[in-house]
Each structure stands twice: as C-alpha cells, then as structure tokens.
Design a protein around this ligand. Structure first.
Ligand code: UDP
Length: 448
C-alpha cells in the first residue's frame, strides 16, 4: 500500500477534568491544543457542566461528538481513526486523586494536569512537612503574620495568612489536599498552566521531586497564538462561558481615556456579603477613578439567586463613573486600552489573563490557591498590591489610588515586562511552545 494511503494512527488520549467550571475551561484549552497537534481525544465531561457551557465553538479542525449517554465528548483530528477504542494515555486533573488511582490500577499511562499555580502546588506538597514541624495548623488570628519556613524557596516571604483558610484547622480537607498534592508528583508527568519566566524558581524546586514537568501556559494565549499561526479560526471569547456575556461594557470602555479604568471581578465562585459589596463600592467611588465591575447573579447569596440582586442605590450611584455588568468578556476587557488596573480575587485564570495583558492588580483573594497567588503578585512578581482578607472602603480607596496613580509607573513597568515574557514563551522556540511539543511527542511514544 502506498505510504500516503495508509491511515495514520494517532494516540488516543482520555482527558479527565475536575468537574468545575474553571478546571473544565483550562482543560478544554489544553485539549484544543492537543487536537491541533493531531491527537485523538475523548473529553470526559459531566452533563451538568456541558449543559451550562455557551459553547458552539469547540475544537476547530476536528470533528466533535457529544454522546449524552456516556457524558463523553470526542474530538477526532483529521488524521485520526474515530473507532479507535484503546486509550493510550489519560490526562487527569491532579485535583482528582481518584482518576490517577484508577489509571494506575488499569495500567494506562497517566499524565496529570493542574490548573492552579506552581507556587500553590509546591506549598500544598509541603503541607505534611509543615504539620510535622508544628507550623500547621495555624493557631489563630495572632499567628497570621508568622513566616512559614518549610516550603523551600518561600521561607522569607510566605506568612500564615498567605495560606488557604483550610490550613487553619487540622481536618480532612487539609489531609486530603496534602495527599493529593503528593500524588501530583506520581505518573508520567505534570502539565501546568504557567510559564517558566513567571514561576521558574518554584519550578526548579518542584523538579527535584518530579523531573517531568511541562509548563505550557498561559494556555489561553498559547491557544490563541497557535490557532493564529496555523490560520485556523481565531478563538471565540464567548465560548465556554457559564453566563451570558454582556459585551456592552466594551463600547462603554471605548469611551473612557486610556488606562483610566479599574476592572473589578471576583470570578465565578466567590461570594460576598452585601456589606463587603458596599465597602468595595464606596472605596471605588471615593477613589474618584472609573470602574467596570462584574457583579454576577448570585454573588450575594443572602440576596437570593433570582433576578438582578444588585441594590438599586448602588446601580444609580455608579452611573457617573462606573459600569456594572453581570458577566464580561474578561480576556477582551483586560486587553482593552482603557483598563489601567484589575481588582481581582486572584483566581489562577484571572491572574494569568491579567499577566498576559500587562495589567497591574489589586488582590482580594477568596479561597484555595488565591491567597498564595496574591502574595506572589505583590511580593515576588511586583505586579500589584495584596489586600488579603481586609475589606474596608478606606483601604480599597487607598489601594486604587496607589495602583492607578502613586505607584503606577512601578507596577506598569513590571507588568509590561512580564506580559512580554508571556508572549515570548508561547511563540516558536519559547519554553511553553517547546514543552507542548515535548508533551505531544511523549504521548505519541506511548502509542507504539
Ligand atoms: N470570567 C469572565 N467574565 C467575567 C468574570 C470572569 O469571562 O465577568 C472568566 C475569567 O476570564 C476567567 C474565569 O472566568 O477565565 C475565572 O477563573 P478564575 O480561575 O480566575 O476564578 P474562579 O472563577 O475559578 O474562581
């Protein structure tokens, strides 16, 4: 048979995300990159998440099949064979310890993926050492400023208050997190949505425990770049969203002066009390700066989930210099010239999206990895300020002024530099670009 006529067998990869919005989104981006590289993928998704996605556009250049009986989403590259049943490799979310156990049990090579920052994974990895050394659990409010000394590389700046709240009590969450973090270093490798110039120091510590780490982020920029380079459909900002995107804020931004607007968003999970919302609101209004604020339905659970729960006085009082929407096209917003700063909950995606666009941040971390991320933003990367657990209108006002005026040049300089490095790492020859190619080659070598 002519070589050209032979069907080429691509490896078949089963992608197993943790069924939460942020994790599914990050893994969809990874899946799309792998599909572009010609791998056959089956994406395991729950009906719950699948039904929520506003998702007509997925995986260009591949055929997509959703099987509602099995809950499996199948992507087949043009060179692939749809019937291929054998799974050559599982890419499992490392937050799902059980997926890793099952893969190991059935003898399929497993590569883990984590959507959270490397600094957070490394801190979680050190939890057993911290417990053994008596550093955890944290002993109360008076203990919050104590430095943690058992996370290699973070001894000089990471305080108890920079750890997630579940570190405050010795319960099953703490124990499970520690166990899962250790498990992330098993298997054939660990894929991370970060890049070497951002987290190189932490990564070098991690590599002493797990040499096969593939940093392929920032995934959204990497995907955008590879799609563009291969002349494929440019990414669709509104796909994979759980909420209807309100694009009217982009026309509002068009009318604002360059770098004048603070973008405020606390992601898809964080909830606030109405007191906290008002503290932020007064702080923003009193700062005299313009702001675009995402207040998604349900962000204040005490007000109920139905309809628009934003207090009328807040909407009325915002009109002069502000704009409130229920969900924004965040990547586009952060890339808009009118944005000068981002008041964020320090979610890993939001942090990376801000880094990519060179936008300095004020961090108000909510949970999980966010407390550590915000410490790195302020102390290690010099990209902004960390409000931590304070929520007070005077502090908000001061931080907005520091970010937008007093220390603007300093933060903008670091943010611009980091954005440039992020761009370089996903371009041909960059670290994330090369790591993705290495990942694809390593997966292909499992299919011989
Ligand atoms: N996001 C968005 N529009 C909004 C608010 C958030 O598109 O109005 C997106 C944002 O771009 C990011 C994700 O929602 O990709 C939030 O993820 P992150 O990891 O920052 O926080 P989480 O929602 O997991 O707490």
């Amino acid at each position: 048979m002519d070589k050209e006529e032979k069907p080429q067998t691509s490896p078949h990869v089963l992608i197993f995300p943790l069924p939460t919005q942020g994790n599914v989104n990050s893994m969809l981006k990874l899946a799309e990159l792998l599909a572009l590289a010609g791998l056959n993928l089956t994406f395991l998704n729950s009906d719950f998440i699948h039904e929520q996605l506003v998702t007509p556009m997925l995986f260009p250049d591949s055929s997509n099949m959703w099987d509602s009986n099995s809950g499996l989403y199948r992507m087949v590259s043009r060179t692939g064979i749809p019937e291929q049943p054998r799974v050559d490799c599982i890419i499992a979310d490392g937050g799902l310890g059980i997926a890793v156990d099952v893969a190991e049990e059935v003898g399929i090579p497993v590569i883990q993926f984590r959507a959270i920052s490397a600094c957070c994974i490394w801190a979680f990895y050190a939890v057993p050492n911290m417990i053994q050394a008596g550093e955890l659990p944290i002993k109360g409010k008076e203990d919050m400023d104590r430095l943690i000394t058992n996370i290699p590389g973070m001894e000089t700046f990471l305080r108890c208050r920079d750890l997630p709240s579940f570190c405050r009590v010795m319960d099953s969450t703490l124990q499970r997190t520690a166990k899962d973090a250790r498990k992330n270093f098993h298997g054939h490798g660990l894929v991370l949505n970060t890049f070497e110039d951002l987290e190189g120091d932490t990564l070098s510590h991690m590599r002493t425990k797990s040499p096969n780490i593939y940093t392929v982020g920032p995934l959204h920029l990497h995907l955008r770049t590879r799609l563009f380079d291969s002349n494929r459909t440019l990414f669709n900002q509104s796909s994979n969203n759980v909420h209807e995107v309100d694009r009217s804020c982009l026309s509002w931004l068009d009318k604002q002066p360059k770098g004048s607007v603070v973008y405020v968003s606390f992601g898809s999970i964080a909830v606030l009390s109405s007191e906290q919302v008002f503290e932020f609101w007064f702080g923003l209004v009193n700062s005299g700066k313009r702001f675009l604020w995402v207040l998604r339905p349900g962000i204040m659970p005490e007000k109920g989930d139905e309809g628009n729960n934003i207090p009328v006085e807040l909407i009325k009082g915002t009109k002069e210099r502000g704009c409130i929407v229920s969900w924004a096209p965040q990547e586009e917003v952060l890339g808009h010239g009118a944005i000068g700063g981002f008041l964020t909950h320090s979610g890993s995606n939001s942090t990376l999206e801000s880094v990519v666009e060179g936008v300095p941040m004020i961090c108000w971390p909510y949970f999980a990895d966010q407390q550590i991320n915000s410490r790195f933003v302020s102390q290690v990367w010099g990209l902004g300020l960390d409000m931590k657990d304070l929520c007070d209108r005077h502090i908000v006002e001061k931080m907005v002024n520091d970010l937008m005026v007093e220390r603007r040049d300093e933060f903008l300089k670091s943010a611009t530099k980091m954005a440039k490095l992020a761009g370089q790492c996903v371009n041909v020859g960059g670290s994330s670009y090369c790591n993705l190619d290495r990942l694809v080659e390593d997966i292909k070598s499992m299919n011989i």
